[in-house]
Design a protein. Structure first.
Lengths: 245, 194
């Protein structure tokens, strides 16, 4: 064995003490935190305070106020925690889809049809109230569609903010128009698909597999077809081909 | 002086000045902890901010049998760990960039070093070979001298695990630092061989 220059206990202690010696934080840090506290919209605050309720089958309610019934089973607890985490990542622009399921079963049948259809509007896209009405086979029920969406018990996850008026104006939003504008802007600024140059797999942003990608192998794609044309295959976990044409 | 616990009680009632006071007391230590764990000051500041917001929003869940500092470290460490997991792979590029501009440019080496800057660099690099849990414990232990008991509470593990993880971390660190000192520079080796 080659002799090794040993480091004494004291050497190590003093190195560690020096390395972890506290640096002063600028007063700025606390002030910015206070500002953030007063700001009406912060993703972490919104996600932290959101009231979320689940059944064993999926999320039933999401609201910035009120009080959710506490989870009654392990499954409910797991689902609400997952929804909260995904909500945070989504609001931070790190997720382009929700993997947590929605439980539509308690909704009246018309509302359920409207919301199930709305649930399938892809991230970053928009539809008109009239088109939703047409697609559920009730072309004249445009106003009723608006009402059903306005009472959406699971906003954001069921993306009623992606539904606009046919003339392009915003329509209404249960959580307030500023948030609708914010969400639409967020979705336009967040990439939907990313591929890994090493594995040749394309994922939806937020897929657990995509999070493990190395930064220098990350490629953003506009569509699955786009990715396929250069030899990528869709991920089997987040299945972008099923969700995004 | 108002105690931490009294401040926490007021924070739980939404008292902003109390929150600012508490944040000021701990921001330096929390920042250092986050900085050493995340590597970049800007990331560390974000993490501390997120942790402090969490302190404010979940002050109601604080239980007085915990020391306030323990609770603050627990929240902050969890934020940092989430961040590390989230970007575990994403950091590799940044890492590479940092390593290229390593001499004196990194934010970690700008302060007046107790040991010389070279030694600091050694410690930072050597710490990279220490597993995450042990690294977290070392950071908490050396930033604010937390006891084994407190470390166990912060991380939600047993005191024995704390002890063994710390010992393991230190021995890996010692090994890494010793090897680095012993090993000749690659350039020198080439010169000798020629």
């Amino acid at each position: 064995m080659t002799p090794r220059t040993t480091l004494t206990h004291d050497d190590l202690e003093s190195s560690l003490t020096a390395h972890f010696h506290p640096v002063p934080a600028t007063g700025d840090l606390v002030r910015r935190t206070l500002d953030a506290l007063r700001d009406d919209f912060r993703p972490e605050r919104f996600a932290e305070l959101a009231q979320i309720e689940a059944s064993d089958r999926g999320i039933r309610m999401l609201s910035p106020e009120g009080e959710a019934r506490p989870p009654a089973s392990a499954a409910e607890k797991r689902l609400t925690a997952k929804a909260r985490e995904e909500l945070f990542e989504y609001l931070e622009g790190r997720r382009s889809f929700f993997s947590v399921p929605v439980d539509f079963s308690a909704m009246p049948s018309f509302q359920r049809k409207v919301l199930e259809r709305t649930y399938r509007i892809p991230f970053g896209e928009t539809r008109s109230y009239a088109r939703i009405a047409r697609e559920i086979g009730n072309p004249r029920a445009v106003r009723a569609v608006g009402t059903a969406l306005g009472r959406n018990p699971v906003p954001i996850i069921v993306p009623c903010h992606r539904v606009l008026r046919s003339d392009g104006s915003l329509g209404g939003y249960g959580l307030g128009l500023p948030l609708k504008v914010r969400l639409l802007g967020l979705e336009r600024a967040t990439p939907v698909l990313e591929g890994c140059a090493t594995t040749g797999i394309v994922c939806r942003v937020g897929c657990p597999d995509a999070m493990r990608m190395r930064e220098d192998s990350r490629v953003v794609f506009a569509s699955v077809a786009d990715a396929r044309s250069v030899g990528y295959r869709p991920c089997k976990v987040c299945r972008p081909a099923d969700a995004i044409a | 002086m108002t105690t931490d616990r009294e401040l926490m009680q007021r924070v739980a009632q939404g008292d902003e000045p109390a929150f600012a006071e508490l944040a000021n007391r701990y921001s330096g230590r929390l920042l250092t902890l986050a900085w050493r764990l995340l590597g970049e000051r800007a990331d560390a500041e974000d993490a501390v901010q997120r942790a402090l917001l969490k302190v404010y929003t979940s002050a109601g869940t604080y239980r007085p049998e915990w020391a306030v500092s323990t609770w603050l470290y627990r929240l902050s460490t969890n934020v940092c760990v989430d961040e590390i997991r989230r970007r575990r792979s994403r950091s590799s590029l940044r890492q590479a960039m940092r390593e290229e501009g390593v001499d004196g440019q990194g934010p970690l080496f700008s302060g007046t070093a107790v040991a010389g800057p070279a030694r600091r660099l050694d410690v930072r690099r050597a710490l990279e070979s220490v597993p995450l849990e042990a690294r977290i414990l070392l950071a908490l232990r050396y930033v604010d001298g937390l006891s084994y008991q407190e470390l166990a509470r912060v991380r939600g593990i047993s005191v024995n695990t704390v002890k063994s993880q710390l010992a393991r971390g230190k021995s890996i660190l010692k090994m890494a630092l010793s090897e680095r000192r012993r090993r000749p520079r690659p350039a020198a080796r080439v010169a000798k061989g020629a």
